[in-house]
Design a protein around this ligand. Structure first.
Ligand code: PBG
Length: 330
């Protein structure tokens, strides 16, 4: 026995489940989750994404069915990403603002059939350019900022017109939040929310997503470092976030998620704005690979990984685990 007893016994409050519950500083709930989904042309079509086990691309009819289940589970919103057929891609990315495009039709169907479920759309040109970059390019392959914004405006308006609740620019062009906000306002879409991908890094964790939407092969040796952020930087993320808030973003996002929780925390501490984080495709893929090998406990690790976002200060999480987590939290 020690001569001196500890002044404070931290373990006292850990001993029983009821005190652990009372002491919990962060809480994960189904209300925190946004489910990213891939949409396919056709009817009754479903395709597996090999690098994302458990994730499927769905045609609109199946997407709507799935959306009903998600809404019943209490998931507040989904984010949709169209898989554009190669023949619809071009240098000018005009399919991005086609009122009858896949994303636009998906939004209309979802809002007609499952109106209570929030629908968020991706505003960026990568699914629609033949080269897979997020914007229009010049002869050297450099992504043009202001010319790209003109197209993003049309794309965002077409999403708002279709009934999107939230438009989410993920392209990282300078000034696009302000330009899109102005266009929404002057066209009467005053209640369409903007979730800005504000601190979006040039990350290698997006690989499986590019497989899922079919833009990977296009980028080839290219990368997105001339517009997405350098993973070394953190102060720069705060500048990006400050600009997006000033330009009219309702919500800001940090992406990827787990490797960038320090940015989530700094963002929340500094700005106290609605802050979201995206647990991206590569984070999902590496977890799934470990689960499949029996190296990690799937149920426990999913919930722990998502709780980490709440502890870091996120208001919500975009995650491919949303549906599974919703069942686990029931
Ligand atoms: C495209 C976009 C990407 C993601 C969301 N929107 C990929 C990219 O920037 O190359 C990635 C999502 C994920 O990896 O889950 N603008």
């Amino acid at each position: 026995m020690p001569e001196q007893f500890p002044q404070t016994r931290m373990r006292r409050l850990r001993k029983q489940s009821f005190t652990r519950k009372l002491m919990a500083e962060s809480q994960l709930s189904v209300s925190d989750l946004i489910y990213p989904m891939f949409v396919l042309e056709g009817e009754n079509q479903k395709e597996l994404v090999p690098s994302m086990p458990g994730v499927e691309r769905l045609s609109i009819d199946l997407l709507v069915k799935e959306a009903q289940e998600l809404a019943a589970l209490g998931i507040p919103a989904i984010a949709i990403f169209p898989v554009t057929p190669a023949e619809a891609k071009s240098l000018c990315a005009s399919e991005a603002f086609n009122p009858q495009g896949l994303a636009q039709r998906a939004v209309r169907a979802l809002k007609a059939e499952v109106p209570e479920l929030g629908v968020m759309t991706d505003v960026a040109l990568d699914p629609f350019t033949s080269h897979g970059q997020d914007g229009l390019i010049d002869d050297q392959g450099y992504v043009l900022n202001d010319e790209t914004i003109e197209v993003l405006i049309k794309q965002a308006l077409s999403h708002a017109e279709a009934g999107a609740d939230i438009v989410a620019p993920s392209d990282m062009m300078d000034g696009r939040i302000g330009a899109i906000r102005q266009a929404l306002e002057s066209n009467g879409y005053i209640n369409t929310c903007i979730m800005a991908y504000s601190a979006k890094y040039a990350s290698a964790y997006y690989g499986p997503f590019r497989d899922a939407v079919g833009s990977a092969g296009n980028i080839k040796g290219g990368d997105k470092k001339s517009y997405q952020m350098d993973p070394s930087n953190s102060d720069e993320a705060l500048r990006e976030i400050a600009l997006d808030i000033k330009e009219g973003a309702d919500m800001v996002m940090v992406k990827p998620g787990m490797p960038y929780l320090d940015i989530v925390r700094r963002c929340k501490d500094e700005f106290k704005v609605p802050t979201f984080a995206y647990q991206v495709s590569g984070e999902y893929a590496m977890h799934k690979a470990a689960f499949a090998n029996g190296w990690l406990n799937e149920e426990q690790v999913i919930l722990e990984s998502l709780l980490a976002f709440k502890r870091a200060g996120a208001n919500g999480i975009l995650t491919y685990f949303a549906k599974q987590a919703a069942y686990l939290l029931k």
